[in-house]
Ligand binder design. Sequence first.
Ligand SMILES: Nc1nc2c(c(=O)[nH]1)N=C([C@H](O)[C@H](O)COP(=O)(O)OP(=O)(O)OP(=O)(O)O)CN2
Ligand SMILES: [Zn+2]
Length: 136
Amino acid sequence: MDLSTVPLPSGKHTIGKLFDFEAGHQLPSLAPDHKCSRQHGHSYVVEVILTAPVLADPGFVTDFGDLVPFKKFLDTEFDHRNLHEVMPCEPTSERLAHFLAGWFIQNVEPGIAGRLIAVRVRETGRSWARFDIGDR
Ligand SMILES: Nc1nc2c(c(=O)[nH]1)N=C([C@H](O)[C@H](O)COP(=O)(O)OP(=O)(O)OP(=O)(O)O)CN2
Ligand SMILES: [Zn+2]
């Protein structure tokens, strides 16, 4: 069979990579009887999602290995910390996804081939928030 004749459809490439950290938080704006106003913790999972108009050799949106600075940032600034003390705002999943998108664009994106399109933050096995980057 001649596989070189398989037609490649038009479309776009998307990649994602998962990162994780353990952290405590509280949401003091909630009513005192809301369980999340109390100090508690999560095993957070963060996914960064990237695209690129053309693939870089040998066929990458971005080399997954080039995302190491993001892992280092999470390990250094977020892992085993109280997010209420780390974040410049209340650490909901939505605000965390938004904040991490901003940090990634400022600090990681200039050194990689792809562009960030979204960040997803998973607090529990059933709860997540996603921030999608607007037009730029
Ligand atoms: N939209 C959001 N709602 C809530 C957030 C959030 O970040 N965004 N955060 C919380 C708390 O942090 C809470 O710890 C997680 O909420 P919840 O999914 O209710 O947690 P549980 O695992 O206890 O829920 P189950 O009922 O067991 O699925 C609250 N809301
Ligand atoms: Zn929580």
